[in-house]
Ligand binder design. Structure first.
Ligand SMILES: C[S@@+](CC[C@H](N)C(=O)[O-])C[C@H]1O[C@@H](n2cnc3c(N)ncnc32)[C@H](O)[C@@H]1O
Length: 206
């Protein structure tokens, strides 16, 4: 797939952030946002014990670690930033350098997580469709994305300052894209100041 200039900038940006990314999650105000977000994301996941998980936009492994700590057997962690992938722990993780819109992982999954990556892609539908390609019958998908609001606009302004034009999604709009890609909405929660965590299920015949 041909890379879009804005995604190149995003990769450069996340490469620069990688070494301090996990530590930043532990500093205010990010810590408060993280706690709220992760409680919602982990609160809507399906069963994790013994499950192999595909993670899209894994970054430095914040959720990778949380999924493993909750009993996941293994995480296949996809990201476009090589520096972010360097931050992943080695045990029970397979790092995959690739674009979530088109990457092919040689495996199918019962569980897929994509948190904080939809803001940086030009088509959420392409990511959701690619997730469906990797899903087994009955698989669940948990996502976390930013929604339009005053705080969401602030998040967009924050990223504009380093040249990234991010995307925010209304829940109805995101659910419609998910449905077109073969995912039925099951559960959702608002979290942080401007995010939504949601679980979807692969529909029959997707
Ligand atoms: C905001 S960070 C979130 C990382 C992680 N999920 C977390 O919650 O800490 C977004 C991550 O998505 C990755 N990313 C952005 N666009 C991507 C794409 N098209 N394909 C793969 N990874 C992408 C970035 O490199 C970055 O690591």
């Amino acid at each position: 797939m041909e890379a879009l200039p804005s995604l190149d900038r995003a990769t450069e940006y996340f490469d620069r952030q990688a070494s301090g990314y996990l530590a930043a999650s532990d500093r205010l105000p990010w810590r408060w946002l993280r706690n709220s977000e992760s409680a919602a994301v982990l609160g809507v996941t399906g069963p994790l014990a013994g499950v192999e998980v595909l993670e899209f936009g894994a970054g430095a492994g914040y959720y990778t670690r949380a999924l493993l700590a909750r009993g996941a057997a293994h995480v296949w962690a996809v990201d476009r930033s090589p520096e972010m992938l360097q931050q992943l722990g080695a045990a029970r993780v397979t790092p995959v350098l690739g674009d979530v819109t088109g990457v092919r992982v040689p495996h199918t999954f019962d569980a897929i997580v994509a948190a904080g990556v939809f803001e940086f892609v030009s088509s959420a539908y392409e990511v959701l469709l690619n997730a469906a390609r990797h899903a087994r019958a009955g698989a669940w998908l948990v996502v976390c994305y930013a929604r339009p609001s005053v705080w969401g606009a602030g998040y967009r302004t924050f990223h504009r300052r380093h040249g990234l034009d991010i995307h925010l999604y209304r829940r109805e709009q995101f659910d419609a894209a998910a449905e077109s890609a073969g995912w039925r909405a099951e559960s959702w929660r608002r979290c942080g100041l401007f995010c939504i965590a949601a679980r979807y299920r692969l529909t029959a015949g997707a």
